[in-house]
Ligand binder design. Structure first.
Ligand SMILES: Nc1ncnc2c1ncn2[C@@H]1O[C@H](COP(=O)(O)OP(=O)(O)OP(=O)(O)O)[C@@H](O)[C@H]1O
Length: 609
């Protein structure tokens, strides 16, 4: 129900349109029901079941059904007497036609007003979900699979649109029609109405039971779809490996397994869903048959006029479609709520890293960063990956992290901009815990050049600017020049406006790296976090990248994660990590002289080159 309340919350943003839609629906209902009362007196007079009424009733009250009937009969009699039966019939038909014309006009108006509401809610839900995803702590993304998230933002939201929003119209329209027609039925024959109503409740309970199962199946289906998206995404990213290992058949087999399982669940869902229409129709017809049987007996026994019974059936006919639509709406809502729950799950995830009350602002680094006895584990069920790490990164100095793979270098780098918080110990900036600063101010202090050049499907210009405001084209060009990127950029077909494709795949590895360096230069960060690229570049490209990095680092505070030890010889301090612990620290020459872990690493690398 919580998810449904949230949906109503989204609906509240469109109050005006929803009100217009509801008003249109009420008018639709009025014009649907208004034709019914005309039938009875007309049929009675036409078939001469009652004597023409020549005198109007003394008093007409809306609480006195008989007086209304008498008044209607009087008008009808007068009309038939003066205009003749045929003309009267033509008028009644004309009136019915007109009422249906208005009914449909207002029905369309209601749909017209609801369309922007439906599409608007889908847009809001997606925007909200996307913005929330970007806010979530990094830890979430390692545990949740990407495909699962993708399917929530695409197919689950779509499912909400097609299942729930699609039937909002029905929810806002049909009850009015049902209430109107039911009101007329009660006035005409309370006993018959109670009889019909009992049958309808029974039908509703049967349909409701099947609907509940649908919600459960829908959740399973969406999860399986998430697995399929995940697998596809993973395979597209690893195509090169799949091809080179000749693993196409193996991967296709694994994919087929998932796909089969999805199909299996889908079939079960479709079987249930498709049950709704035949079941509803059969139960509807059963109700009609019972009504005919029960009502005709009343007519035969003389306790009801045939014309009353016919107009009752007409009113009942008016209820069938809306009731059918409502039951279909119930099915769809159950299906959609499964999807909405999954969207909710993500929206309800709390963001663990948020600003403290009264958080400090900061627009420059004054003394630098310090780590004190920092330990870290990614989650409660994984082992600690950093133990008791302490070191300083003073302003203007360069500290390099070295050590074997999995030592914890990248993890330390992720703790500084608070992608994660330490499990114990503290990290301070200018003497204050990182958690005391406004997150945005803190992160603005850092420029990150990661191992993998992270670029987006956009122009070169936008990839360099990337979120910065008030930047001039001259500044962008200057940054590109410093990063040794300007020349290759101007050689592309549209220069700075060239689109670089998904993740920058229209560029070479070295070009991608130089773009990310230009991006970091433009931000002019106080502290640079540099995760050296491991992928080998050709000599010329490597020279251009190294040169750009040197220019970027000049005079800046920097934490370098060194993969090629030759690049960190000038660092002020080199910290050597092994399985999460600091095993050695000092300058390049000092460490070499000691002949410990660092010199072994250097020797190992020299042998490999
Ligand atoms: N998201 C994660 N969830 C759980 N464990 C992780 C996660 N990321 C890294 N680890 C683990 O943390 C340890 C340190 O990893 P980290 O990436 O910091 O090492 P590294 O020194 O940067 O390695 P490399 O030089 O290979 O990049 C490793 O044992 C790794 O398995």
């Amino acid at each position: 129900m919580n998810s449904f309340r949230r949906l109503l919350g989204y609906l509240a943003n469109y109050r005006g349109l929803v009100t217009l839609a509801i008003v249109s629906n009420v008018l639709t209902a009025i014009f649907t029901v208004v034709a019914i009362p005309l039938f009875q007196p007309f049929l009675e007079l036409l078939f001469e079941q009652v004597e023409p009424v020549t005198e109007a009733p003394a008093e007409v009250s809306i609480f006195d059904v008989e007086s209304i009937g008498q008044q209607a009969n009087f008008w009808m009699s007068e009309f038939i007497a003066t205009a003749g039966k045929e003309t009267a019939l033509a008028w009644v038909c004309g009136f019915i036609l007109l009422s249906f014309l208005f009914k449909n006009l207002f029905r369309y108006a209601a749909l017209f007003f609801m369309s922007p509401v439906r599409s608007g809610i889908v847009r809001d839900l997606r925007n909200h979900l996307y913005a929330h995803l970007l806010q979530l702590p990094m830890g979430y993304f390692t545990e949740e699979r990407k495909g699962n998230l993708l399917s929530r933002i695409t197919s689950d939201v779509q499912e909400v649109e097609s299942s729930i929003l699609n039937v909002l119209e029905a929810i806002f329209r049909e009850p009015f029609i049902i209430v109107g027609a039911l009101g007329y039925m009660i006035i005409t024959s309370p006993s018959l109405t109670v009889f019909v109503f009992g049958l309808m409740i029974f039908t509703g309970v049967v349909i409701g039971g099947v609907g509940k199962q649908l919600k459960r199946s829908s959740t399973v289906i969406q999860e399986k779809l998430g697995d399929i998206v995940s697998r596809t995404e993973e395979s597209l990213g690893g195509l090169r490996i799949i091809k080179s290992f000749g693993a196409e058949k193996y991967q296709a087999g694994r994919f087929a397994e998932l796909n089969d399982s999805y199909r299996h669940s889908l079939v079960r869902l479709l079987w249930r869903r498709d049950l709704s229409s035949p079941l509803t129709e059969f139960l509807g017809i059963a109700t009609v048959a019972l009504l005919l049987w029960y009502g005709s007996r009343e007519v035969f026994s003389g306790s009801m006029e045939a014309s009353t019974f016919i107009s009752f059936i007409f009113a009942f006919y008016m209820v069938i479609d809306p009731a059918k639509n409502l039951s279909k709406a119930w099915y769809n809502i159950q299906k959609g709520l499964g999807a909405l729950d999954r969207v909710e799950e993500v929206l309800d995830l709390p963001n663990a890293i948020v600003d403290n009350q009264g958080a400090r602002t900061r627009d420059a680094v004054e003394t630098g960063l310090s780590l004190r006895s920092v330990s870290f584990q990614y989650s409660n069920h994984t082992p600690e990956v950093l133990y008791d790490i302490s070191f300083d990164l003073p302003k203007g100095k360069v500290v390099a992290l070295a050590g074997g793979s999995g030592g914890g270098k990248s993890t330390i780098a992720d703790l500084l901009p608070r992608f994660y918080d330490p499990t114990s110990g503290s990290i301070t900036l200018d003497g204050h815990d990182l958690r005391d600063y406004r997150l945005k101010d803190l992160r603005d202090r850092f420029g990150i050049v990661s191992q993998e050049a992270i670029l987006f499907n956009d122009t070169i210009y936008n990839n360099i600017v990337f979120g910065l405001e008030n930047v001039t084209p001259d500044q962008v060009e200057e940054a590109a020049r410093v990063a040794n990127a300007h020349d290759f950029i101007t050689a592309t077909p549209a220069g700075y406006q060239t689109n670089i494709g998904d993740r920058g795949n229209k560029l070479s590895g070295g070009q991608r790296q130089r773009l990310t360096i230009a991006r970091a230069i433009l931000r002019n960060p106080d502290v640079l976090i540099l995760d050296e690229a491991t992928s080998a570049l050709d000599a010329e490209s490597e020279r251009l990248v190294q040169d750009a990095l040197q220019k970027l680092m000049a005079g800046r505070t920097a934490l370098i994660i060194a993969h090629r030890l030759s690049t960190i010889q000038n660092a002020d301090e080199i910290i050597v990590l092994d399985r999460g612990r600091i095993v050695e620290r000092g300058t390049h020459l000092g460490l070499l002289g000691r002949g410990g872990a660092y010199s072994k690493l250097v020797a190992l690398q020299a042998a490999n080159e």
